[in-house]
Design a protein around this ligand. Structure first.
Ligand SMILES: Nc1ncnc2c1ncn2[C@@H]1O[C@H](COP(=O)(O)OP(=O)(O)OP(=O)(O)O)[C@@H](O)[C@H]1O
Length: 297
């Protein structure tokens, strides 16, 4: 059962179409990255799921049901950095967050521990590093132990050590069984932290799936043989080959699905072409993303 399932969500602000017909599913226990350039509609999408905004059309289910207010409360959301009081300690700030959420103080020690802030819980917020401040924001989200967390650009504005701290915390939360949905415009972040991704551009979903699949869909193979032209022609006949071009003594071939080196070798050998070189090259998510987002709108 997917934790979250979006069906055909559209939203416009006057003449700006922020989202058009977006559908995807977030599997339980995944770290799901909503990836897209600035202005692609990520915040709008998260706003709709968390009920801050209303979709013009489309619907979504949470835990396989149209969400009630109670189910929405099971989501911990961090859409923007909370206004913590600078002169108060981390602990006191969480007391205020707990009171706003109408929760008692009994969960504060637990969330401080998870976020690695126990030692500094009584220091004033203004003495915290950027990474600690963001970890305190995540600690506030964890009050009440929600199963699903929604984080909008959780490492935005942090220095490199703050980014590393927050990424480590996200991984730790995922390991503890939380489903985490995070918006990001950073490919690197999605590749390092996320198990699944939905790529959106100009409000349209370009693709969604497991990060490994998205990358492997973009794998390509470098092959060479004595007769480069004959090899290229033959590769174009290989099932699923979507293109092959000669680059010097090498033929570079692209495939619709992750290429199987042994099957390609045997295919060529059976047709009388003996490969002198065969190498499956993995593209990074960055390359895949750039290729995907370069498709004309
Ligand atoms: N309140 C609003 N009124 C008018 N247009 C808006 C409003 N909020 C967002 N938009 C527009 O909708 C589109 C999607 O914006 P959104 O903030 O959802 O994208 P985003 O991917 O989160 O961008 P960013 O990474 O810059 O936050 C953009 O063109 C934006 O200018």
């Amino acid at each position: 059962m997917p934790i979250l399932s979006l069906q055909n969500i559209s939203k416009s602000y006057g003449s700006v179409q922020a989202l058009s017909g977006v559908s995807f599913e977030v599997p339980a226990g995944s770290v799901f990255g909503v990836l897209g350039p600035n202005g692609s509609g990520k915040t709008t999408l998260l706003g709709i799921v968390t009920d801050v905004l209303k979709a013009d059309t489309g619907s979504f289910t949470l835990f396989d049901r149209t969400p009630t207010a109670g189910e929405r409360r099971q989501i911990g959301t961090l859409l923007e950095t909370p206004n913590f009081y600078h002169y108060l300690s981390g602990y006191k700030n969480l007391e205020i967050s707990a009171a706003i959420k109408q929760r008692g103080k009994d969960d504060i020690a637990r969330v401080l521990e998870i976020c690695g802030l126990t030692q500094r819980q009584h220091s004033p917020f203004k003495t915290y590093s950027l990474g600690m401040k963001q970890r305190l924001a995540i600690a506030a989200v964890l009050l009440g132990d929600p199963d699903v967390l929604i984080l909008d650009e959780p490492t935005n504005g942090l220095d490199p050590s703050g980014i590393a701290e927050v990424r480590e915390l996200v991984r730790k939360l995922a390991d503890s069984g939380k489903t985490i949905i995070l918006a990001s415009h950073l490919l690197d972040e999605v590749e390092k932290v996320c198990t699944h991704v939905a790529i959106i551009r100009s409000g349209k979903l370009l693709l969604s799936g497991a990060v490994n699949e998205v990358i492997s869909r973009s794998d390509y193979v470098e092959v060479s043989a004595e007769d480069t032209n004959a090899l290229r022609t033959l590769l174009l006949e290989y099932p699923g080959c979507t293109g092959a071009e000669i680059q010097g003594t090498i033929v570079k071939a692209l495939f619709a699905v992750a290429p199987d080196a042994a099957a390609i070798n045997s295919f060529c050998a059976k047709r009388g072409i003996w490969l002198s070189h065969l190498h499956v090259r993995k593209k990074s998510l960055e390359t895949a993303f750039l290729e995907i987002t370069n498709i004309p709108a």
